[in-house]
Design a protein around this ligand. Sequence first.
Ligand SMILES: Cc1ncc(COP(=O)(O)O)c(C=O)c1O
Length: 391
Amino acid sequence: MQNYAIDEKGYYGEFGGAYIPEILHKCVTDLKESYLRIMESEHFRQDYAQLLRDYVGRPSPLYHSKQLSGRYGCKIYLKREDLNHTGAHKINNTIGQILIAREMGKTRIIAETGAGQHGVATATVCALMQMPCTVYMGKTDVGRQQVNVKKMEMLGATVVPVTSGNMTLKDATNEAIRDWCTHPGDTHYIIGSTIGPHPYPDMVARLQSVISREIKEQLAREEGRDYPDYLFACVGGGSNAAGTIYHYLNDERVRIVLTEAGGRGVNSGESAATIHLGSTGILHGCRTLLMQTEDGQITEPYSISAGLDYPGVGPIHAHLASTGRAQVLAINDDEALQAAFDLTRNEGIIPALESAHALAALEKVTFSSGDIVVLTLSGRGEKDLETYFKY
Ligand SMILES: Cc1ncc(COP(=O)(O)O)c(C=O)c1O
């Protein structure tokens, strides 16, 4: 059986690694040498578990959606990451990373953000730990996620609008890396997804793996078996998906369905369907699939959803897609919007636009009546209300 775990050099098959400028070599190496030791220490485990329980509100419920189950003829559960403090799965990662940063003696935090959820989650833990925080955000996203910008500022973070490229997540990440290069000693860069140089994809996946650990326990209790037939999650950089599938990677009974943003259509020229459209290259410190021209220039992505509007994807997902372990579907803007309105009207839950991409994929899979399906609802829709009102 194929092993989908990361190897000791930080690769998932041919994807991953650490492609970084010399100036970052020491801080990335320090992190690589420290993260597992810290994460496995007793005091980290205790602090992390306690904050996840008392501050974030974990475990997040596994909610049996009768409405979706009836409609698709199987048993569908929603893993309710939208109910976490700050409204998405992103806080699972930022709490873990700030504890690691503190342990490593770092005194300043930087982050990139697309939808603003990771920015809010970072600003929140910085307020909690009293650390200064700078968040880079593309100007396009500053415009479409205003509430999150105001929240970050209220939490005490400095939000820097980025005006290069198409002013979205890729450009914010470029700028955060630039900042990191000029402050490699005192600054920890809290990357918000399973992207970046090794060890970030693995560290973020491990911190998000609380999602699949809980799914196992909850399914065992509810269904008398600890695995589903299907797992669904949306993929921007890939952190909620990595957390959802982490404990099931090598369990072939579990089919994995990942959804990326088709934008206005995969072949429309306005898309962020990286796995469908991408080829191998290096972006933000790792070898992965990315949208690029023949001569290696990054193609500007487009999605209605700021959190999925990224031309790369985590190396773990590039590997799962290229080995066929995961089925990857592209969901267009209009399909995601429809799925968001359906869940709102029929279940009373307003999902984040990102999560709506996973919901829309339920239409595209044929289930058997006994199937158990778990879909991660990565975030709540408050930040997307302006977009929803417009439609
Ligand atoms: C609610 C929500 N879901 C999903 C994503 C996509 O990120 P990832 O693929 O890392 O889970 C984001 C990113 O901002 C988000 O805010």
